[in-house]
Design a protein around this ligand. Structure first.
Ligand code: TYD
Length: 205
């Protein structure tokens, strides 16, 4: 863990509206004169983009292979993007991080939350966000918002997405100091304000 920069992750189900919130937050950070580095997983690096294509659009990826590909993406991402930015004092905002794997591979694919958390922790050298914003949305609402586009995860049945959602909520409940849970059906401006307030409280804004 670095003590100069600040690391924020947005997590949540597919179609929750994370990306919109990332944009709002970056605007607020830049207005406050902070350097904000935005990234997303999978795919924040050249290797990550190739891995993203394999894991989301490839054929026949076994659950354990899937977990390892997501872990490899994060290992590269932390090394190449996150750590250098934190070291120079930037605020790094990532669209998804290790909790996505714990929820999707651990709970959704039933690989075991603790095993996947251990694998992810190893991949990122134990780097934990200072704050994780969970944008919570009901799977049916997420599916409605996503419309027609379906990658391998999005094509999963609602039961998969329900298991993912419940696991995200359980992680947040277990560590309220590190999570902010927002209702994804609230108007985006209001969610952005809740996130901003939390960061004011944390002394970042
Ligand atoms: P993406 O197109 O980035 O979707 P979103 O806009 O919802 O973030 O797709 C990423 C998909 O990969 C999403 O369904 C969640 C899944 N995922 C995992 O299963 N494990 C992981 O570790 C990560 C980072 C994402």
């Amino acid at each position: 863990m670095t003590d100069s920069g600040y690391f924020i992750a947005f997590e949540g189900g597919d179609g929750a509206g994370k990306s919109t919130q990332v944009r709002h937050l970056v605007a607020a950070l830049e207005e406050a004169g902070r350097e904000a580095v935005v990234t997303r997983q999978p795919g924040g690096t050249t290797l990550g983009l190739a891995l993203r294509d394999l894991v989301l659009h490839g054929q026949a990826v076994s659950p354990r292979a899937e977990a390892l590909i997501f872990a490899a993406d994060k290992a590269q991402h932390v090394q190449e993007v996150v750590l250098p930015a934190l070291a120079r004092g930037a605020v790094v905002v990532t669209d998804r991080y290790t909790d996505s794997s714990v929820a999707y591979q651990g709970a959704g694919r039933s690989l075991g939350a603790q095993e996947v958390a251990d694998l992810q922790g190893w991949a990122v050298g134990g780097l934990t966000p200072h704050l994780t914003v969970l944008v919570d949305v009901d799977p049916a609402e997420g599916r409605r918002r996503r419309g027609g586009t379906h990658d391998r995860m999005e094509s999963e049945a609602d039961a998969f997405h329900t298991a993912v959602r419940e696991h995200f909520l359980a992680m947040a409940k277990g560590d309220p100091a590190r999570y902010l849970v927002v209702d994804g059906t609230t108007p985006p401006q209001e969610i952005a304000e809740q996130v901003r307030q939390r960061l004011v409280h944390e002394g970042l804004l």
